[in-house]
Ligand binder design. Structure first.
Ligand code: MN
Ligand code: MN
Length: 406
């Protein structure tokens, strides 16, 4: 399959123009067949044609793909949804995406007023607000407090062990992505305020708080809280505590307020502990690639990459050394993964801008560009390897290198 028919297929899928088994679709080339001239054959079925159409690079891999790289994609659409009175949550951890030992992700929706219960966990929590707004609260180990309202494009970071809460605001609550610095994180196994109260004797609570034992014993069951319905809180000012010292450095950051770095085919915003000092274990890049553009061939010298696709469609090719390479297709709501040091590119395969997040378990963002490497290496040495057309080599050595660490 060539690029034009692949794009036509993806565009038709996005437009919902296709019906499973429709004779017209069979005849106009919209049903991918695992074959290329001289290789493979048709698939008479049974098959999931809608799914196959979303994965042209799995059904008809580029001929450069080779070997048995592990699965590097999982969609939130394939994750279990936990529904509660305050909203819903679903997670992609190393259970769902086995290769992801470094990072786990949670996609969460809070209705207006809906509260993700006061809790903590061992892992640090980094977040990107996708839609709407929320009020977040926390304290730190120095007895300082933190309360802020965050909207679309804002981040927060709570270090491991720091207790916090999230509450959806008006008019329609919020949806966000949470990223944890361990693949074994489990959103269903956090330390909940109500759980601790339920499992502490009332007389111990009374002694701890200097109150009567009869004051306790009314805490709802933890299964009723976790993510529960409540009234939308008042203005932020009314939730600020008089006399409390604020957490420093702050736990929130306005990522979209950063001036984007212009690239050859889009923009990138990089946020790590250099410009968001609280974020000590998660570094991030928000990448936008115009139609026809590509996040150039590169790799990362520090750690694995965990991706979240926000908008558009893409394909990513990953090179794993020893002749191994594999290509995956992505849509909004998918998670991608690149193991440490593996070379990769991310190509916009649609006719709309592509937006995705790159996340790293690291205090800093870093990448190495193939273009930059070749441009900064003696010409004769490069030519001895690649035998390029001299004109191409000259162009290559003048190449601009848009994505650089800040
Ligand atoms: Mn949390
Ligand atoms: Mn990358």
């Amino acid at each position: 399959m060539n690029d034009i028919s692949r794009r036509k297929m993806l565009a038709a899928t996005a437009a919902g123009a296709f019906t499973v088994g429709a004779a017209s679709a069979q005849s106009d080339g919209l049903v991918p067949q695992p074959q290329r001239p001289g290789h493979g054959g048709t698939d008479p079925g049974p098959r999931n044609v809608l799914r196959d159409r979303q994965n042209p690079d799995l059904i008809i891999p580029p001929s450069t793909d080779h070997g048995t790289l592990p699965n590097l994609r999982f969609s939130f659409s394939d994750a279990h949804v936990r529904e509660e009175s305050g909203g819903w949550a679903r997670q992609i951890t190393e259970r769902e995406l086995g290769v992801s030992k470094n990072i786990a992700g949670v996609n969460m929706r809070l209705n207006p007023g809906g509260i993700r219960e006061l809790h903590w966990h061992k892992e640090a929590e980094w977040a990107y607000m996708i839609y709407g707004s929320a009020r977040i609260t926390a304290i730190d180990a120095h007895g300082r407090n933190f309360v802020d309202d965050v909207g679309a494009g804002d981040l927060w970071y709570f270090p491991g062990g720091v207790p916090h809460s999230i509450q959806g605001l008006g008019p329609d609550g919020c949806e966000f992505l949470l990223v944890f610095d361990s693949g074994s994180f489990d959103e269903d196994s956090t330390f909940l305020l109500s759980d601790w109260f339920k499992h502490t004797p009332d007389d111990v609570l009374a002694k701890n708080f200097g109150a009567n034992a009869s004051s306790f014993g009314h805490t709802p069951d933890p299964s009723e809280l976790y993510m529960f319905n409540a009234a939308v809180p008042g203005p932020l000012g009314s939730d600020r505590l008089a006399g409390a010292k604020p957490v420093e450095p702050t736990f929130s950051h306005r990522m979209l307020a950063q001036e984007p770095i212009k690239t050859g085919s889009g923009t990138v915003r990089i946020t790590d502990s250099n410009n968001f000092p609280a974020a000590k274990t998660i570094a991030a890049a928000l990448v936008e690639v115009e139609p026809g553009g590509m996040r150039e061939l590169h790799w990362h010298p520090n750690t694995d990459e965990w991706q979240y696709y926000i908008e558009g469609t893409a394909r990513m090719g990953v090179f794993a050394s020893s002749g191994q390479a594999r290509t995956f297709d992505f849509q909004a709501g998918d998670v991608g993964y690149v193991p440490y040091a593996m070379g990769h590119y991310v190509e916009n395969t649609g006719d709309r801008p592509l937006r995705f997040l790159e996340l790293f378990k690291s205090s800093y963002y870093a990448d190495l560009s193939l273009n930059q490497w070749l441009a900064l290496t003696p010409r004769e040495l490069v030519q001895a390897h690649l035998k390029l057309d001299p004109k191409v080599l000259s162009e290559l050595q003048r190449a601009k290198h848009p994505i650089v660490p800040i």
